[in-house]
Ligand binder design. Structure first.
Ligand code: SAH
Length: 346
């Protein structure tokens, strides 16, 4: 029986160098192949033109390159691009390129589906199928960087982990991907241009703080009142606000990095003064700012965007208390590329 070939991209540079030494070749060959895999994004061994035919054949016999494939690309009328990305085992995730005047942001997925059950999010309905590998996350970023250069004539400038999945439930792989993205041997991007968004897993937030990571942290809060939050984000009963708050205070004490809270205001759920006051109180635990995001409907009206007055009430309440707040418009709604809409519809 043929043994299953190993994904060559699961090897570190050191392991790849050792492999060549074991083969009686030079360690330096490992560097060359590594460069093909990570800087030149080779999809197959035959692309490695400075490697001899025999060596390429030997690699072919031992390894596979599990590269992602962009199956379908959709463009929104506002310039947003959504990629349907096929993985080596046939599963599909989505990633999004969001252009503005000055930036190109990649919104990437960390899991196929999601294990959380946020009632307002389309991805939650897919359930979690599996975690993405570090290279599957990295490849999404490279694909968007290429599209940014092709369509907007500039490299990718920012990355947000706000696609499918809960990044802190796949923390090790997300961290490995970020290492590659920020390494000079990968894309050489600054970690300051990367934001990881989470529904809030206290233990992992503390771990990130201990590791003094350099990327930004966003928390999808949506309510600072436990009963309300649990009713729309049921996992809040496992990780209540008290634990989240404690982890966030710890995060700030270690990293001195301000936290961003993402917040949607819904009719009849959190559109009251009391809810806004609770948010203000929560924001005071650790330096933070609030992004109020528009609701992107995914259902038959169980959740509805609150009216403009309620959003204005939030804005005023936060500002009066010295908390920075921005109100964001959705991008890519017409192609189901906006927050919470990623569900492999096509
Ligand atoms: N699991 C991570 C990252 C993915 S969600 C997290 O929870 O942060 C990215 C953002 O979109 C989150 O803030 C999420 O709460 C928000 N979101 C989910 N569904 C939405 C919807 N239908 N409309 C607007 N925002 C939504």
């Amino acid at each position: 029986m043929e043994t299953e070939k190993k994904d060559i991209r699961a090897l570190t540079k050191e392991q790849l160098r050792n492999f060549f030494v074991q083969q009686g070749d030079k360690a330096f060959r490992g560097n060359q192949v590594y460069e093909w895999l990570w800087q030149k994004s080779a999809h197959d061994f035959d692309a490695m033109t400075n490697i001899s035919k025999e060596t390429r054949k030997m690699l072919e016999d031992n390894f596979v390159i599990n590269h992602i494939r962009v199956d379908q690309m959709q463009r929104s009328s506002d310039g947003t691009i959504k990629n349907a990305v096929r993985l080596h085992d046939g599963l599909v995730v989505e990633s999004v390129l969001i252009p503005t005047q000055t930036r190109t942001t990649a919104c990437v997925s960390s899991q196929v589906g999601c294990s959380l059950d946020c009632r307002f999010c389309a991805t939650a309905r897919l359930k979690r199928m599996r975690n993405l590998n570090p290279d599957e996350i990295y490849d999404q970023v490279v694909a968007i960087d290429n599209e940014s250069r092709l369509y907007f004539d500039r490299p990718l400038s920012n990355i947000v982990f706000m696609g499918m999945g809960e990044p802190l439930m796949n923390y090790n792989n997300v961290l490995k991907a970020i290492d590659k993205i920020t390494s000079p041997e990968g894309l050489g991007m600054s970690p300051k241009r990367i934001v990881v968004s989470t529904s809030g897993v206290p233990k992992i937030i503390k771990k990130m703080a201990d590791e003094e990571v350099k990327f930004g942290l966003a928390v999808s809060l949506h309510s600072a009142i436990d009963e309300v939050r649990t009713s729309i984000m049921p996992f809040n009963s496992t990780f209540p606000l008290k634990d989240l708050r404690e982890a966030l205070e710890y995060w700030y004490s270690k990293t001195k990095n301000r936290i961003t809270y993402e917040y949607v205001v819904w009719k009849g759920i959190n559109d009251t003064q009391e809810a806004a006051d609770a948010l203000v109180k929560f924001c005071k635990f650790a330096p933070s700012k609030v992004n109020i995001i528009e609701y992107n409907p995914i259902d038959e009206g169980e959740f509805q965007q609150a009216n403009g007055d309620a959003v204005e009430m939030y804005q005023k309440t936060l500002e009066r208390n010295g908390i920075t707040v921005t109100v964001r418009r959705s991008r890519g709604k017409d192609i189901d590329a906006a927050c919470g809409q990623l569900a492999n519809k096509n």
